[in-house]
Design a protein around this ligand. Structure first.
Ligand SMILES: *Cc1c(COP(=O)(O)O)cnc(C)c1O
Length: 232
């Protein structure tokens, strides 16, 4: 497994897909680095990756204390438990997975300038993280009025079992929500980031309007869930 060449190749594919979609700027690549340790992250950094996303708070803090993200942004992209807000608010560059009024209130109480995205459960799947599409305007309005929070966009993970055509429809639905919420022009809301697309579908996501993609396996190789998460 060669993280350096994988990351180079993914960065190229992101740039090509963005160019094909007529963008002035390439979409931003977030390396989803869960379960991968310091050395793999530094290889990705050496290849040009400048943002990392983690979905477990303890793992993020452990790698951060080793300097694994040095020079790069760190994003929290996983399900955020209320009792862990104190560990991430004000300590990460972007929380991509805010999905409840309670989380907004807790982050607001803890941070001075916390950039966030709202995670949308775009297919309204039962038991999945993310706010339902119909609840999004209310949540965005709440984020807009709370101090300490800057709502910069939306994030989504379409259903795992959807085929490419279905996934593309969800991406398009997300893009429409992104445009609709942006048009409301709330204070403290920029709606500049649309984070969607992973290893298997980031090019389709970019074609549908994503300007941030989150890629794990395509950079770091398959994850072995039987092993403890690497830190080093
Ligand atoms: C792991 C993860 C990704 C990346 O998924 P891959 O299939 O490894 O590319 C993207 N988003 C979130 C929230 C993740 O947890």
């Amino acid at each position: 497994m060669d993280v350096y060449s994988n990351a180079k190749r993914i960065l190229e594919r992101v740039a090509e897909a963005s160019f094909r979609a007529g963008r002035a700027e390439p979409a931003v690549l977030v390396a989803a680095s869960k379960m991968n340790g310091y050395e793999a992250l530094r290889e990705a950094y050496r290849a040009g990756v400048r943002l990392f996303g983690e979905n477990r708070v303890q793992e993020l803090l452990a790698k951060d204390s080793l300097g694994a993200y040095e020079g790069a942004e760190k994003h929290f992209i996983g399900h955020l438990q209320k009792n862990k807000v104190k560990d991430v608010a004000g300590r990460v560059d972007l929380i991509q997975s805010v999905d409840s009024p309670e989380l907004i209130d807790l982050i607001s109480a803890r941070a001075e300038h916390q950039r966030i995205l709202i995670e949308v459960n775009i297919a309204s799947e039962p038991q999945k993280s993310g706010v339902l599409p119909e609840e999004l305007p209310e949540l965005a309005a709440r984020a807009a009025e709370k101090p300490g929070i800057l709502l910069e966009g939306l994030m989504a993970i379409p259903p795992q079992n959807a085929n490419v055509a279905e996934t593309c429809r969800y991406f398009e639905k997300m893009h429409n929500l992104f445009i609709d919420i942006g048009a409301k022009k709330y204070d403290n809301v920029t709606m500049t980031i649309l984070s969607m697309g992973m290893s298997r579908d980031f090019e389709e996501a970019i074609a549908a309007g994503a300007n941030m993609v989150r890629v794990g396996v395509g950079i770091f190789g398959e994850r072995d869930y039987g092993q403890p998460h690497k830190i080093l």
